[in-house]
Design a protein. Structure first.
Length: 202
């Protein structure tokens, strides 16, 4: 498992600049400590989340992950622990869960989110039961950011981080661009509000 974890971290690192290889590895390792698995009642991982408030045990994920659980009558677990839904925002496909965790929280970016910003997505590859990393860049920034797609099933709800390991958005869904390429969309504005503690109550 350690070998697989390290192999996943290495994916996409060669294009990350201007940080050195060692610095990039350290930043990704640190960010990965805040990422959790969103699971069904049998402990099967189907989505991703990340800690946004370590003191209060608040965890950010994508709302469609919770909706999927409701459709299938699943009880949502976070790293094999019972989770409670705290708030939702349907406009930005966001949900905040509360579950006991000892993981550190991720912080919001201080960088200007704009086209060309180097980013990395972190999430669980459901089929492999493995935490994966995908390097990309922002190709559009607004209420949502769009990046070239490098995701896989299970990464929804995971963080999209900048070169410093801080969150700029949350992985949501794929779209097809005019040139036929796939892209992923993340709610930059929505996730910033959640990280600042302004949760949406049900």
């Amino acid at each position: 498992m350690i070998v697989k974890h390290l192999a996943a971290i290495l994916i996409g690192l060669l294009m990350w600049a201007p940080l050195t290889f060692g610095e990039t590895l350290s930043i990704l390792d640190k960010a990965a400590l805040s990422v959790v698995a969103i699971q069904d009642i049998k402990g099967r991982t189907y989505c991703t989340g990340f800690v946004i408030d370590a003191e209060e045990d608040y965890i950010q994920t994508a709302l469609h992950c919770i909706v999927e659980a409701d459709k299938r009558d699943w009880a949502v677990l976070v790293d094999n622990k019972a989770a409670r839904l705290v708030s939702v925002n349907s406009e930005f496909d966001l949900a905040v869960l509360r579950a006991e965790t000892d993981k550190p929280q991720l912080k919001p970016t201080t960088l200007a989110v704009k086209k060309g910003l180097k980013i990395t997505s972190i999430g669980h590859a459901a089929e492999l039961n493995l935490l994966t990393f995908a390097e990309s860049e922002v190709i559009h920034a607004g209420k949502r950011v769009i990046m070239v797609r490098h995701q896989t099933n299970g990464m929804s709800g995971g963080p999209i981080i900048d070169e410093n390991g801080n969150v700029i958005a949350i992985i949501q869904f794929g779209v097809t661009l005019k040139n036929g390429n796939l892209a992923d969309m993340g709610a930059s504005v929505g996730v910033m509000l959640a990280l600042e503690g302004r949760f949406w109550r049900r």
